[in-house]
Each structure stands twice: as C-alpha cells, then as structure tokens.
Design a protein around this ligand. Structure first.
Ligand code: UDP
Length: 236
C-alpha cells in the first residue's frame, strides 16, 4: 500500500494516509523530546531501532493473544498499521520504581514491587498529561468501563509476556508506557510503539540503562544503548 497525504506529525513519528481508509503508514523519525517537550534533540538511527523493535514486539504480543495495530513492516522506518482512534490515555505499567514514580513518592529507584502497578495519564499536551484514575477517565468520558477493563487486562498481560521475553535477553523491564486505539468496529487494540523511547530497560547484571533515560539525563552513550537493545532483540 502507498502513502497518500500526511495526516499528522508528532514528536517521534509521522502518520500518512493510504488508499485504504482503514490503514495508515507510520514513519519513525530520529527526533527525540523529553521533560515535557523542554528537551529536544536527535538520536541517530533511533527511528530504525524503534520501528523494527516495536514491530517485532507487537508480533510477539499478537501471538500471545494481545491484539495490536501492526500489519506489515514496509521498510526500516515505515510500517503499515490499522487506523485507530487513539484512546487519550497513557497507560504506564511498572515493575520496579524509577522516574516519576520515585520522584512523586520520594523513594529510590530500583525497588522491586511484589506486583506490577498501573497508572493512567490524560494524553493532553496543553495540560501536560495529568495523572488520573479510572473514575476520572470515566467522568471525562475518555473511555468506557468495559474499555478500561480490557485495556488493563491487555496491559498486564503484555507486561508478563514482555518481562519474560526481555529477561531472556539479559534485560530487566523496569516500566513502560502503552497506548491503545479503537478500530472502526470498536475493538480495542494496542497501538503506538514499544521501544527504548517508551520503556525502561536495565541490564540484568550491571543495571546499566539501555533506554531513553540516557538522553533525558544527559548520560551519553544514547545511540549505543539503542543499538545494544537492537542487537539483543535481533541477535545481531
Ligand atoms: N513514558 C513514555 N512517554 C511519556 C511518559 C513516560 O513513554 O510521555 C514511559 C517512560 O519511558 C518510562 C515509563 O513510561 O518507561 C514511566 O515513565 P515515568 O512516569 O517515570 O516518567 P518519565 O520519568 O519517563 O518522564
């Protein structure tokens, strides 16, 4: 399927229409933003890593019974996906304390939780993606009760599958963000991406960070971290 007009340009991706209204093409950029858009830069080759890794992980999840928007990888940076209307919730699953969780609750990073946690943010740049709970999401009509319960089940299932998968690669899945979309028939599928931009990955032996925190925190070795994750996933 061929690209027609550009529908949208986001921080890390462009989205193009196709000749079929039920499908769009996503094109991954090397642009990176962090700290609520205050920090901007590029990470060389990131678009390729995120596109290929996300597609690979989405296919694993599909096999394990988590439906996704993925259809076909078209090139290093471009993927055909099913067109969805994005549920305006950022869904964050955490296995270990880090980032905003550690800041918000005044605890150190690296505390292993007995059970994974889930939290929602309202996807709204003007409001800086405020944290909200299920009742708030219902009150704001961001999703129905049934949709929220499907989203929670899919997010926790995805966590179990991905956690086990990454552990085999010597990587601890600390936390990650998911987004979900609705197909024209109302079915909820996993959308957006799963990549070092949206996950925290720590090496199982050294706890070295292999994700976007290296960019957020000016740690250096950003491209190397993305390439290392690519190498482990594709056994290159
Ligand atoms: N995350 C993301 N997009 C966001 C916010 C968070 O992909 O807009 C991911 C982030 O990479 C991490 C997880 O969600 O893996 C939890 O992030 P946290 O709430 O700690 O916020 P951060 O410190 O990443 O801003």
């Amino acid at each position: 399927m061929k690209k027609t007009e550009q529908l949208y340009e986001g921080k890390a991706k462009k989205v193009f229409a196709t000749e079929d209204k039920d499908f769009v093409i996503v094109s991954y950029k090397d642009d990176a933003t962090a700290l609520d858009g205050l920090k901007k830069g590029t990470i060389g080759g990131k678009g390729v890593v995120n596109n290929r890794m996300s597609n690979f992980l989405m296919q694993i999840l599909e096999k394990e019974g988590v439906p996704t928007h993925f259809v076909e990888e078209l090139s290093e940076r471009e993927t055909l996906v099913r067109k969805v209307s994005i549920v305006p919730l950022e869904v964050i699953i955490r296995n270990v304390s880090a980032g905003h969780f550690a800041q918000r609750y005044g605890v150190e990073e690296g505390i292993v939780f007995d059970e994974p946690t889930i939290e929602f943010s309202y996807k709204n740049d003007d409001l800086h993606d405020p944290l909200l709970n299920e009742y708030h999401a219902l009150a704001l009509k961001l999703a129905t009760k049934e949709e929220i319960s499907k989203i929670k089940a899919m997010a926790f299932k995805g966590n179990e599958v991905l956690k086990a998968y990454f552990l085999k690669l010597g990587v601890r899945l600390i936390d990650f963000k998911l987004e979900f979309g609705k197909l024209s028939d109302g079915k909820i599928v996993l959308a957006d991406e799963i990549s070092p931009d949206t996950c925290r990955f720590w090496d199982v032996n050294t706890n070295e960070k292999l994700d976007k925190d290296r960019f957020r925190r000016d740690m250096g070795g950003v491209e190397d971290a993305y390439n290392e994750m690519m190498r482990r996933v594709f056994h290159e």
